[in-house]
Design a protein around this ligand. Sequence first.
Ligand code: PSU
Ligand code: MN
Length: 304
Amino acid sequence: MVNLKIHPEVQKALDNHLPIVALESTIISHGMPYPQNIETAKECEAIIRKHGATPATIAIIDGVITVGLTNEELEKIAIETKHVYKTSRRDFPYVISQKLDGALTVSGTMIAAKLANIKFFATGGIGGVHRGGETSMDISADLDELGKTDVTVICAGAKSILDLGKTLEYLETKGVPVIGYQTKKLPAFYTRESNFDLDFKLDTPEAIADFILSKESLHLSGGTLVCNPIPEKYSFPKKLIDDAIDQALADMESLGVKGKETTPFLLKRIVEITGGKSLEANIALVYNNCKLAAQISKAYTERK
Ligand code: PSU
Ligand code: MN
């Protein structure tokens, strides 16, 4: 029996088949600095509510998968981040058996959302195939999770700290549909588009809900990735962000940062290099994804 602690508000929404949107916690503990991380986490929940869905931020608290955090729980994982374990698929048994606090990545949140029967999940960007992944084999567990766990992830594409072309190839191999929301190009997180074409462009939350229902009717297991471009106002000039990313990658190389520290290091370094501008963009795109995720979950619930 899985030990899940579900917040009463989330449980009520589950019991009544109301729209619910899951939120990850790695972005809070390891993706943004304090206090912006907690402010963003709270505003994400408010935006989801405003658009007619119930938010469920998910983390592991004292070894218990907790779906829907209280204020105290949110503060714990936002402030004492050194003691919060970055948790992907492989880490669950360790974090749970040792009764630790864990922040869930995209792959971790998909697993927990599935256990709680939540179908939609909003985040910033997903992990992917890192640049040089063909030799380092650094490929995020997010991609395999998308290949097997039935949750729809709404993101702003992937950062070009990754090899976007290989990331798309990997997702294709795993049978993961990648939908561009009102776009034919893969969004690259800080910029509205990359050079990579997407096969499915859908223009409304309703069309995306229909797409997911068709996938379910065929019992095709695995997730769906919805890519929502960053709002125009916050998008970065391509050259500016490319230079910041190159600098961050060079710093990572010279410091010898490896493994699960890679993504948090790069995110932090890019914020420093851009003097905080990238953080503003990051926050804006997450809000944009929360809104779309709420709209899709609402359209889905109305159709089902
Ligand atoms: N990309 C971002 N922001 C993030 C992450 C990725 O733009 O916060 C986090 C997500 O939680 C994602 C994880 O699942 O990093 C991927 O880490 P890794 O590359 O170690 O798999
Ligand atoms: Mn990795």
